[in-house]
Write a protein that binds this ligand. Structure first.
Ligand code: ADP
Ligand code: ADP
Length: 235
């Protein structure tokens, strides 16, 4: 297996509070890695470090190293990094815009203006997110008018539209009903053919069903997050 992301002795502080302590792991390419552990142990903080979402919080300081394809993550321009590392959140958060404009948003931001190019990207992304058949007859419908599960797949399509290499999913199914959850889990299995996926979950069954590797985080007495075990997912 190729390593997509190499993390070496990564530490993160919110002010004086240390939220992550010496996290070291290799995340493999084209596989699903689950980050699992109790609430507050730093799972979200860890994935938000991968696309440097935490940089938006003024009190955050980090030390340690991360490499994506052997390139130092902290040398990558943040706009490029956010394109290369897509993110999907716990609550589906489509923009209050049409399905089409949700998916075209990222490519437009990156300067793609030609309508037929945008049409192609929108169709391809919605197909890849298993949403095309459901929305193709009304791409002008508001993203907010879709069901919760379809909204989450729209958010996945929006992330895919800028051709990321990795997709971070922070509890992507915890706000969804069981059937929609199953759809997201099935979708992850097809997405891993083309992308490296990191999913945060506190649901052991979900991690066992849908991941290839599992990283167990644990909260120390000092409340910092530690990586306690990492390896192939066991049933
Ligand atoms: P998890 O995702 O495992 O529930 P988080 O990464 O959300 O854990 O939080 C880890 C710890 O960091 C918690 O103690 C939380 O309160 C703290 N934390 C998270 N975000 C911030 C922040 N912006 N400022 C200060 N502390 C934070
Ligand atoms: P979730 O459970 O969806 O991960 P949280 O409720 O833990 O979200 O956190 C929501 C937001 O509040 C996040 O941006 C997180 O960084 C921030 N946050 C969490 N804990 C703290 C904290 N102790 N102090 C300041 N901000 C925090």
């Amino acid at each position: 297996l190729e390593t997509k992301l190499k993390v070496i002795d990564f530490n993160l502080y919110y002010g004086n509070f240390q939220a992550l302590n010496n996290i070291t792991l290799d995340i493999p390419e084209n596989r699903i890695t689950a980050i699992i552990g109790p609430s507050g142990c730093g799972k979200s903080t860890f994935v938000r470090s991968i696309n440097r979402m935490n940089d938006l919080i003024p009190s955050v300081r980090t030390h340690g190293e991360m490499y994506m394809d052997e390139e130092n993550l902290f040398d990558i321009n943040v706009v490029d990094l956010r394109r290369r590392v897509g993110m999907v959140f716990q609550r589906p958060n489509p923009f209050p815009k049409s399905v089409y404009d949700n998916v075209a948003y990222g490519p437009r931001m990156h300067g793609i203006k030609n309508t037929s190019d945008l049409n192609d990207i929108v169709e391809r992304s919605l197909r890849a997110a298993a949403l095309w058949d459901e929305v193709k007859d009304d791409l002008n419908k508001s993203g907010l008018a879709l069901s919760g599960g379809a909204q989450q797949r729209l958010c996945i399509a929006r992330a895919l539209a800028v051709e990321p290499e990795m997709i971070l999913m922070d509890e992507p199914a915890s706000a969804l009903d069981p059937l929609a959850t199953l759809h997201i889990e099935e979708l992850m299995q097809t997405l891993k053919e083309n992308y490296t996926i990191v999913i945060v979950t506190h649901n052991m069954q979900q991690a066992a069903r849908s991941s290839d590797f599992t990283a167990f985080f644990h909260m120390g007495e000092d409340r910092a997050g530690y990586l306690v075990e990492y390896g192939p997912t066991e049933e």
